[in-house]
Design a protein around this ligand. Structure first.
Ligand code: KIV
Ligand code: ZN
Length: 391
């Protein structure tokens, strides 16, 4: 493993699929898993096998078809969960069991009615038991975001000794500030004996809109795996968005952190997940929203037409979007109208453009967006013919 490699652990089919009303059937999950494998994710969390026969079956079938990625199944820290997960992963080329338990004061007291010492014992037992089935065992310290760092370090040390290969530090409730989450990861890298034998993983929820920022702070401070979902889907406000962390690392090469993701597939996989789940992507969503590469104000349009980089930090082709779009609204200027008119065959002189622009504004004031059809009508109304043959 290169020191600068950040592993992408995709949990669209597990944490992502917990979105109410967005359940996928096995066939849909198989199509998504295959695309995630092509996309280059390192680990696919395929489901929570004990949760239902359908989920179990999906993990079995995904294990059979995934060629490159590790396939992972979630469990709680008990034998039955672990046995069922191991069974569901038996066809996987690279199987991983993801087991764990809540470590925050409130989880220990109210969820488990237990004590910190007993929680550590259960964590060790679960990891040791999972190790009897697979070599690759990831441990999650649920609610690590609100867990005292000293206790969290003790848990991490104990599960590494028991054989955990990856330590997942979830900010389960999306509570942490980026500086806090980064400091937590740093604390673990500096205070857990044996930490060099394991990979620290960021699993951040988006309740305060900080999931992506927290994951990035995590890897800046030494974590080397990010758990994320396509389009940031997941419980409540969702999980870290895969497309965001991947493009942040790509757009900031001085961080010297790389992923294996083929970013040119991001747009198509985003659409596939959105359509399969019946869950539209908000138009202003970073990277994959319909407006992520659309420009509608006159000043921005003029800049982008002259040089795309004036208002875009990512070439849309890098994420599989053909081109930036110039949307015509009442806020658009002459440059945008001339550009869009030229695209459909009208090469306008300055005088023609002035006349067309007045007609355009009257039209734009009555509509949300002016379409190519509207432009044809505007040109016809002022007797301007097409001069360019458009293929
Ligand atoms: O958010 C969380 O803590 C989780 C764990 C089960 C990994 O999803
Ligand atoms: Zn989660």
């Amino acid at each position: 493993m290169s020191k600068n490699q950040v592993y992408i652990f995709d949990t669209t089919l597990r944490d992502g699929e917990q979105v109410p009303g967005c359940k996928l059937n096995t066939h849909q999950k198989l199509i998504i898993a295959e695309q995630l494998d092509f996309l280059g994710v390192d680990i696919i969390e395929a489901g929570f096998p004990i949760s239902s026969p359908g989920d179990f079956n999906s993990v079995v079938e995904i294990s059979k078809i995934v060629k490159n990625a590790t396939v992972c199944g979630l469990t709680r820290a008990n034998k039955k969960d672990i046995e069922v997960a191991a069974e569901s992963l038996k066809y996987a080329k690279k199987p991983r069991i993801h087991t764990g338990i809540g470590t925050s004061e409130s989880h220990i007291k109210f969820k488990f009615n237990s004590t910190p010492e007993k929680i550590i014992e259960r964590a060790i037992e679960a990891v040791k038991y999972a190790k009897t089935f697979v070599e690759d065992v990831e441990f999650y310290a649920e609610d690590a975001g609100r867990t005292d760092n000293e206790f969290l370090a003790r848990v991490c040390e104990a599960v590494i000794k028991a054989g955990a290969t990856v330590l997942n530090i979830p900010d389960t409730t999306g509570y942490c500030l980026p500086s806090e989450y980064g400091a937590k990861i740093k604390y673990l890298t500096e205070n857990v004996k044996g930490i060099e034998k394991a990979i620290l993983s960021c699993h951040c929820h988006n309740d305060l809109g900080l999931a992506t920022a927290n994951s990035i702070e995590g890897v800046i401070n030494g974590a080397r795996q990010i758990e994320c979902t396509i389009n940031g889907i997941g419980e409540r406000a969702g999980n870290t968005a895969l497309e965001e962390v991947v493009m942040i690392l790509k757009q900031h090469p001085y961080l010297n952190l790389q992923t294996n993701i083929n970013s040119k597939m991001i747009n198509s996989v985003s659409r596939l997940v959105s359509e399969s789940m019946g869950m539209p992507v908000q138009p202003n969503k970073a990277i994959v929203g319909a407006n992520a590469f659309a420009h509608s104000s006159g000043i921005h349009q003029d800049g982008v037409i002259k040089k795309r980089e004036t208002y875009e930090i990512i070439d849309p082709k890098e994420v599989g979007v053909d081109h930036s779009s110039i949307v015509l609204t009442a806020r658009s200027g002459r440059a945008a109208l001339a550009y869009r008119a030229k695209n459909i065959g009208y090469e306008l002189t300055k005088l023609e453009l002035d006349e067309a622009y007045d007609a355009f504004l009257s039209c734009a004031d009555c509509k949300k967006e002016v379409t190519d059809e509207d432009i044809h009508q505007i040109m016809e109304s002022i007797h301007i013919d097409r001069k360019i043959i458009v293929a």
